[in-house]
Design a binder for this molecule. Structure first.
Ligand SMILES: Nc1nc2c(ncn2[C@@H]2O[C@H](COP(=O)(O)OP(=O)(O)OP(=O)(O)O)[C@@H](O)[C@H]2O)c(=O)[nH]1
Length: 370
């Protein structure tokens, strides 16, 4: 502790100590009841309470970086007519004020009753106080789990004073309260971050569970869920639902000729054409398995479904990016009944695909439902 004044004139009185104690107890209660996003407001209120007690000129909070290389003035209260220094006290290198930092770490406080009487060893610290025209200052350390994280302090610009033990004790109360506020705020921010990371990971997992790893399309599991939803929706509204099953022709031969990787590239190319052809609102493309795909088109009549199947045949036949490929397509267009299940729809549309294969491939067959 650096006690450097010969003016024995403490500013504390019994009355002001009592009213300050009352204020602190009110602030502590409001901290306990404060909403998570009220931390800033709470710190500002605490500084204002500290400042108005015995007419201080400036009260502030500084936080150290974890590596103790810099400190930043994070909160400040200034009395009327007193200039603010918060903006020019951001990210200050601690090596510029070694005496201040060493004293704070060793004693948990720095007490300056008269700046002009500070010894020369205080170096840059004394110069900084003089630059800010500070006559007296008092700073008390803030600790989180035993680690010094910063300090709360106050300045007197218009007069100097001999700080009493009671002044230090009051400042310590405020420092502890602000440290608790910061601790709570940090814990809540970390909790929020972990929660939002968990939420994102869960969403990604749910997405992966419904995604085909090769093509990125909806997989078989996802298809069942989507089909169930669309069946119920169109049944409720008594609207048409069209379902297309698309099977690549002679895919085994393509695999044999171009290798499994060539086959994979062809699957991705067909998936891309499907997505491009069926991108209107509500249309969904899924990989059913192997070389089979399913397209779900809510509110699409049989006539439009046939038109779109013809467009698809042309788009695939004219694409030779990997190897010439054609497909056979089964089409179902119907208004679902209450007992229509995804399984019955997929079985029937699969039958339509077989009929298209029998017809010579590179064509579509539409079957009536039921
Ligand atoms: N490259 C690759 N091949 C696959 C994949 N999944 C299934 N296959 C192959 O796809 C082929 C499907 O062939 P089949 O269903 O027997 O019939 P096809 O040769 O397409 O003949 P048709 O359907 O009658 O025109 C099989 O040889 C499977 O091994 C995959 O993810 N990648």
């Amino acid at each position: 502790m650096a006690q450097t004044s010969d003016k024995p004139a403490s500013v504390s009185t019994e009355d002001s100590a009592a009213s300050f104690a009352y204020l602190i107890s009110e602030l502590s209660t409001s901290l306990i009841n404060a909403a998570p996003d009220e931390a800033e407001l709470h710190i500002e209120r605490s500084l204002a309470a500290l400042g108005s007690n015995d007419r201080k000129d400036r009260c502030y909070v500084f936080l150290f970086t974890d590596d103790y290389r810099h400190m930043t003035n994070t909160h400040e209260w200034v009395n009327r007519g007193i200039s603010s220094h918060k903006d020019d006290l951001q990210n200050i290198p601690l090596e510029a004020m070694p005496w201040f930092f060493t004293s704070m770490r060793a004693d948990g406080k720095v007490v300056v009753s008269c700046t002009d009487q500070l010894p020369d060893v205080t170096g840059g610290f004394k110069e900084e106080l003089q630059r800010e025209q500070i006559q007296s200052m008092l700073a008390v350390g803030m600790y989180l789990e035993g680690k010094l994280i910063g300090f709360v302090g106050c300045d007197l610009v218009q007069r100097s004073t001999l700080w009493s033990d009671e002044d230090v004790r009051q400042m310590q109360l405020v420092a502890d309260m602000i440290a608790n506020t910061i601790a709570r705020h940090r814990t809540e921010s970390q909790l929020h971050q972990v929660q939002s990371e968990l939420r994102a990971a869960n969403e990604r997992l749910a997405q992966l569970a419904h995604e085909d790893s090769l093509t990125g399309l909806i997989n078989r599991r996802g298809l069942d869920a989507v089909l169930e939803t669309e069946l119920r929706r169109t049944q409720r509204k008594q609207q048409f639902l069209s379902v297309l099953m698309v099977d690549i022709d002679h895919f085994k031969a393509l695999n044999d000729k171009h290798g499994h990787l060539g086959g994979d590239a062809a699957l991705c190319s067909v998936a891309g054409i499907l997505l491009k052809t069926f991108q209107r609102s509500g249309e969904k493309v899924a990989r059913f398995g192997g070389d089979e795909f399913v397209v779900i088109c809510p509110v699409m009549s049989a006539e439009v479904a046939e038109q779109r199947a013809t467009e698809l045949l042309q788009a695939i036949a004219s694409n030779t990016s990997v190897a010439p490929v054609t497909v056979s397509i089964g089409v179902l267009s119907f208004i679902p009944a209450a007992d229509t299940t995804p399984g019955s729809v997929l079985r029937q549309v699969d039958r339509a695909v077989y009929e298209a294969k029998d017809k010579g491939r590179n064509c579509f067959v539409r079957r009536p439902f039921g």
